[in-house]
Write a protein that binds this ligand. Sequence first.
Ligand SMILES: [Zn+2]
Length: 463
Amino acid sequence: MRRYSFLPLVLLSTAAHAQQPPRPEVLLNQVASEVSQQRLYRDISKLVSFGTRHTLSSQTDPKRGIGASVRWAEREMKRLGLRTLQTCDTVTGRRVPTPTRVCNAVAIQRGTERPNDVVIITGHIDSRVTDVMNAAADSPGANDDGSGTAAVLEAARVLSKRKFPATVVYAALSGEEQGLLGGKILADYAKAQGWNVVANLNNDIIGNSCGSDGVCNPGQVRVFSEGPRWQGREDLAARQRSLGGENDSPSRNLSRYLDALAERLPAIGLDVMPIWRNDRFGRGGDHTEFLNAGYPAVRFSVAVENYNHQHQDLRKEGGVEYGDTIDKMDFPYLTKVVKLNIAALAALASAPPPPEPTVQGAVSTDTTLLWKPLSGRPGYAVHWRRTDAATWQSRRDKVAQCITPELAVRAECSAVLKSIRVDDWVFGVSSVGANGFESPVASAVPGGAFKPYVPPPPAPAGQ
Ligand SMILES: [Zn+2]
């Protein structure tokens, strides 16, 4: 979204060292510049060469089918020295008539300082044609979702050369077209590992720029985000009605973060078009399974879809070519989307996680924000905006007062905003590392935390 930015371009650094760390933009532009259009093309050509990657296709054929393609994706990531695994489950469902093994290729790049904080990039490796149950026909899936899978592999290549404080997970998911199966399997795995998932960036159809009607938009990428958070919604509804939060889920704030990041990195040449809807009208993607588990997640997708080149049998009809083939893609555009993804992963994995603020100030002329201090003692910035404003409008750095456990029974940070009425604004807090990297803003609303919502325990009986 193009707009006048209220954000200062240089973020504060809490360190008073003579030698300041380089600005975040230096690292982010560097990783973006290492994305290779040739490698993206080579990866998608390879993915197409498996003939079909339908979830119900062969798992054992060495050359054709889903099994060969998932093994190839895992090998590509293993070659980089990353720890890889396949997360699998045996599934039966509406689009899976007989019990079928569904496996994702996953690589884990362990964080050096906060390995339990995890950012995850996903794309789906499975493909389909017109009939979603047709596992035999050639189904190139170049754009849907060879493009997202290539983004995952390229992210692994560029970022595995560096170290990050938080963990980065790269995942090529299977079973998307049969019902978001791989997304569910990985979200369950994240839960079982106890990961603190700060963000899932899901990429699904990111490699074309023109629709079948000739409408083109190579300058923007859509980022879909849910508004009121789905997970925990029954418990949150009454408090959100009273205190707000319908536009402040962690996913919505992740979308705002990505939008601002794209503006800070003009060299990439891509603008974010935020779409305030979980996914395209009536349609779905794997990030939804992360949201169902309570993890912040967004979907990247092209600004203009071409329906002739997705979910179509390969054919020519009335002079029109149908099918998801590589020649219909726009690789310079895909390269830009991958650059933004990789810069976002590097930014999120370098920043501390967002705090979990609450706000007070009813019947008061001042507003007070409260949150638990994070380990590593990062700095904090307080943000606020009008309730009907799309993006954060005001910020204040170094306003937080933190009481450490040595001085008090309960560690707590607070920030008081004088003569600002709580009724008229939405508030949030971000954390800022000594390296200058800033987390997304977590809104001080019910359900605003970048964590699965856990309802408070019921009050003890007899009170
Ligand atoms: Zn897809």
